[in-house]
Design a protein around this ligand. Structure first.
Ligand code: ADP
Ligand code: MG
Length: 565
């Protein structure tokens, strides 16, 4: 049997604040083509990190991994062609929740072709194949369902179907059957084993030895970033039986939890002699004999709760009192500085009453004039918002921290800030000067003004997406543009449409004022009615505006709720 995977002296450490967590502390093993290897061990022992290194997502700090002719060491970046060799099913599946089951499975082919292929849609042949795989895994009635609507077990099968679609030589699976019943777990492992003409190599993180015995022909037991056993699953069980710890050889308890006992350290020579007859003893790579049993995992201790005591409460109280006093002083200073006084309002109530009285009854003779200018206002808002959406999208993509390079981010943010800083009415004046009076100037003003806001909403939306699906698309071989198309865009689209609708609502209000500078819309009439003391006509304009804005608000919030579903 030829070797497919070789791992030598693998070390990986993560920086966690000021602390360094050593996740892998010198891991060595190799796997032959066609082998099915189970990795088990307690939570935090480094299993997922190991799979991430093998799939090229995490670079080793020391040592190297070789998969076929791909070498990954501390200074190597994985080539895209690695993903025709290696595929990974993530512990949390890594599916794109907004895509359908079939679309998610088809993402498994993104390593084929160049980095710009399959940006529109996938081929018919791919679709037929993806649907066949999902049907084999019992999902024939879920093919076009969005993944976020599927159960955990169904999602897990979609992730396995995507791996099968990818057809890698080395299949890495992080707890691949944890949510499946025995039937589907067996079917999934059989399908994976039969892929690649029965030559698939499987490295699976499994829950316990019972599963390892069922699904694998070799088990690697990890503890604290090291391998402490590597051999036959039955041998592993016999070791535990000798220790009087038969637990992991029995089915897991109802809640699925099994206590993982620490494994006795054995050397290759001990393996050969210590095991009772009837058990196939390990002949695999020897594990380092260790002087002492590995340390039991320490229970993490919660810090003592700080209830403060009387002194603490007093300390906090005086802090809040100081903040309150400072805030009060700030308000008084601001009001005095601008000579703000509510008395001015109360001493001039006659003017207010006169103003209100002149508005009633509204003069409905101007209804048709006002209605047509209101329609123009809505049309301006519609076109302006749409143009703003197109203008701001590329700037938002460049401004988002999670997908863009630092210098580009900074430049894009400066542009968006500048667009936002200028009020819509100033944009209106600017465009009236360029294109003359009328709605065109208003539309351009709304476009630039709204682009500043939409760009900010969009990039914040992009930054808030779940990065998990992007990592898993990387392990399918997707290039940056493909990751954006299939990973970022579906996640952020409902959010962006929601923001755009909100901006449209807002722009109808903003457009109503642009008429003041001659940039079209109802503002022109509002301004001239008030200037000519025709308050009853202004009242008609305001009433109609209120009706239109209320209808648009109601319709758009319904639509936004539907988009987020
Ligand atoms: P397992 O899959 O066996 O439960 P992991 O490989 O996920 O374990 O983690 C091994 C150790 O590395 C844990 O102590 C975990 O907290 C730490 N670790 C894993 N990923 C990170 C990370 N990105 N940053 C900091 N620490 C990490
Ligand atoms: Mg894990």
């Amino acid at each position: 049997m030829n070797t497919l995977l070789e791992i030598e002296n693998l070390h990986v450490a993560f920086k966690d604040g000021s602390e360094t967590v050593e996740a892998l502390k010198g891991v060595d093993f190799s796997v032959s083509r066609g082998e099915r290897v189970a990795i088990i061990g307690r939570s935090g022992s480094g299993k997922s990190t190991l799979l991430r290194v093998l799939s090229g997502l995490v670079s080793p700090d020391e040592g190297h991994v070789r998969v076929g002719d791909h070498l990954m060491g501390p200074d190597d970046r994985p080539r895209r062609s690695l993903y025709s060799k290696v595929g990974l099913v993530f512990q949390d599946y890594g599916l794109v929740p907004q895509l359908s089951a079939t679309q998610n499975v088809m993402c498994g082919c993104l390593h084929r072709g160049h980095g710009l292929s399959a940006l529109g849609k996938f081929s018919k042949t791919d679709e037929v194949r993806a649907r066949r795989l999902l049907t084999q895994l019992g999902l024939s009635n879920r093919l076009d369902h969005r993944v976020k609507k599927l159960s955990g077990g169904e999602q897990q099968r979609v992730a396995i179907a995507r791996l099968l679609f990818q057809e890698p030589d080395l299949m890495l699976l992080d707890e691949p059957v944890s949510s499946l019943d025995v039937h589907w777990a067996r079917t999934a492992v059989d399908l994976m084993s039969l892929a690649n003409e029965g030559q698939s190599t499987l490295v699976m993180v499994l829950h316990d030895l019972t599963m390892a015995r069922q699904f694998a022909d070799r088990v690697i037991y990890m503890h604290d970033g090291r391998i402490i056993f590597d051999g036959d699953p039955d041998e592993a069980c016999c070791r535990l039986e000798e220790q009087g710890k038969p637990l992991p050889c029995q089915p897991p308890s109802a809640d699925g939890s099994v206590e993982m006992p620490l494994f006795p350290i054995v050397s290759a020579s001990q393996n050969a002699t210590d095991c009772p007859e009837g058990h196939a003893c390990a002949t695999g790579p020897a594990t380092e004999p260790r002087a002492t049993e590995p340390r039991e995992e320490e229970e993490p201790r919660l810090p003592e709760p700080d209830i403060g005591g009387v002194g603490g409460l007093w300390g906090k109280g005086s802090f809040y009192a100081t903040v309150l006093l400072a805030a009060l002083a700030l308000y008084i200073w601001a009001a005095m500085d601008v000579e703000f006084s509510l008395l001015d309002v109360f001493s001039n109530t006659d003017n207010a009453v006169d103003f209100a009285q002149r508005m009633f009854p509204p003069d409905f003779d101007v209804t048709s004039t006002v209605a047509s200018s209101l329609l123009e206002t809505v049309q301006m808002a519609l076109i302006g918002t749409t143009l703003a959406a197109f203008l701001s999208l590329p700037i938002a993509v460049m401004a988002a921290r999670n997908i863009s390079a630092k210098p580009i981010q900074a430049g894009a943010r400066v542009v968006l800030n500048a667009l936002r800083t200028i009020p819509s009415i100033i944009w209106g004046l600017f465009f009236v000067a360029i294109v003359g009076l009328g709605p065109t100037a208003g539309i351009l003003a709304l476009t630039f003004y709204a682009a500043g806001y939409l760009g900010k909403f969009y990039y914040e939306g992009i930054e808030s997406i779940d990065p998990g699906p992007l990592h898993s698309l990387r392990t399918c071989g997707a290039g940056p543009i493909q990751r954006f198309r299939w990973g970022v865009f579906p996640q952020v689209l409902p959010l962006m449409l929601g923001y755009t609708l909100y901006m449209f609502e807002y722009n109808v209000r903003a457009a109503s004022i642009l008429g003041i500078v001659g940039a079209g819309g109802i503002g022109f009439y509002l301004y001239s009615y008030i200037n000519n003391f025709q308050y009853d006509r202004a009242a008609t304009a305001l009433l109609l505006l209120l009706v239109v804005v209320t209808i648009i608000d109601a319709a758009s919030s319904k639509l936004r709720a539907k988009l987020m579903d």
